[in-house]
Design a protein around this ligand. Sequence first.
Ligand code: FAD
Ligand code: SF4
Length: 463
Amino acid sequence: MSNKIPRVPVREQDPRVRVTNFEEVCYGYNLEEARLEASRCLHCRKPRCVEHCPVSIQIPDFIRQVAEGNLEEAASIIAEDSSLPSVCGRVCPQESQCEGACVLGVKGEPVAIGKLERFVGDWNIAHGSLSVEKCPANGKKVAVIGSGPAGLACASDLAKAGYQVKIFEALHRPGGVLEYGIPEFRLPKEKVVAAEVENVKRLGVEIETDVIVGRTVTIDELMDREGYSAVFIGSGAGLPRFMNIPGENLNGVVSANEFLTRTNLMKAYDDRYDTPIYVGHKVVVVGGGNVAMDAVRTAARLGAEAYIVYRRGEAELPARQEEVHHAKEEGIAFHMLTNPTEILGSEAGWVRAIRCIRMELGEPDASGRRSPIPIPGSEFELECDVVIMALGTSPNPLIASTTAGLETNRWGCLVADDNGQTTRPGIFAGGDAVTGAATVILAMGAGRKAAQAIDRYLSDQPA
Ligand SMILES: Cc1cc2nc3c(=O)[nH]c(=O)nc-3n(C[C@H](O)[C@H](O)[C@H](O)COP(=O)(O)OP(=O)(O)OC[C@H]3O[C@@H](n4cnc5c(N)ncnc54)[C@H](O)[C@@H]3O)c2cc1C
Ligand code: SF4
């Protein structure tokens, strides 16, 4: 398959300018660009793009409406399956999902589905007031724990199905990682995250912030005393991992989660906020995923010389290609095939350098990626005053440890079947809390599946 119209490029902020600010990197399409890009779609009879979308958005249908300039119709087609199009259009790994499967990608460039979704989502935020069809209220209450993509998707579908839904969120702002993890320059908080959370509330979903389930209230209290017939746990995986190497307790070593929460949720980059953040002059970020890219690009914007240290090669980087490309454009240096062995400190207990060893790639490991092997005698020191660990996260054990009958696996993830049913009847779970750190769209897909399972479970219960 081919198409004579080349993929429409998207406008971006100049890398030399954007590395000095927190404004959004990508400007997105205007109407003319979006219609031209949408006109490339072949409207396949069996659209592979839809098969590879974890929430099954009717992609060719919405794209057809964009091509014809019917943006309200395009927005309502997406709204049937997703409450977060502006978010997903910005951060989903489309290259390995819908766009990765698009037939146009076989011989050329796939349709820019993500950029079109973002365009429609942004149009809807600016102009739309979609009236989504809802079932009549059925009088049943469901509690959702966590307001990240899993919780928001589950709550939206349950509200559409007629349930009275309340989300309990530990932080003071809803959105989960969208709000506290992914930086403003990739995902604007007021313009996009808050606006799409507002759309979820318009469906009738109530959100109570500053409630830590397991501390402020337990799941059993929600079910036995507050009348919730079912609970969905979408509490994410917010517990950072460290390397357990000498020197990790020095001043200047921090987890990417803390560093990003200070900048995003607590707005440390904005002079109008008092949130302290220590960046130093030279920052080493250990890791190669999206979180590492976000941390290193944030450190650069806060004025530091910032490096990535990653133990495998470029081909093995788990971060989205677009993020790696943007980081390189912004002058981030990559130390590949390099693994830290020790963090070195000054007499006063502050980081002064990181000792690393060079690696080479051996046979593929269980993940299918070639495993890194240390090269004896290749140790060297890299001068730095801050080390940010971006090595992955696991679920916080609080909810499992305060709810009898909820099983976890050896990584601390809640045990749940494909429909989100946990080991306790009436309690469902999905997203990072079940899979460990994954993606926004997989969390949304899990939230939607669990909503269907909750609906089936409660429909079978006596009124
Ligand atoms: C820095 C960073 C960058 C990322 N970049 C991308 C990207 O580009 N693309 C992508 O697809 N994915 C990305 N991800 C991963 C993605 O954000 C997550 O997979 C996704 O947000 C998981 O959604 P979730 O709803 O399961 O959990 P979360 O988004 O973590 O939300 C869980 C929510 O539950 C709340 N909570 C936790 N415990 C409790 C409790 N006891 N009581 C009440 N509330 C509680 C938390 O405060 C949080 O708000 C990134 C992650 C990070 C950290
Ligand atoms: S696979 Fe590509 S060309 Fe076919 S319907 Fe989907 S977006 Fe259009």
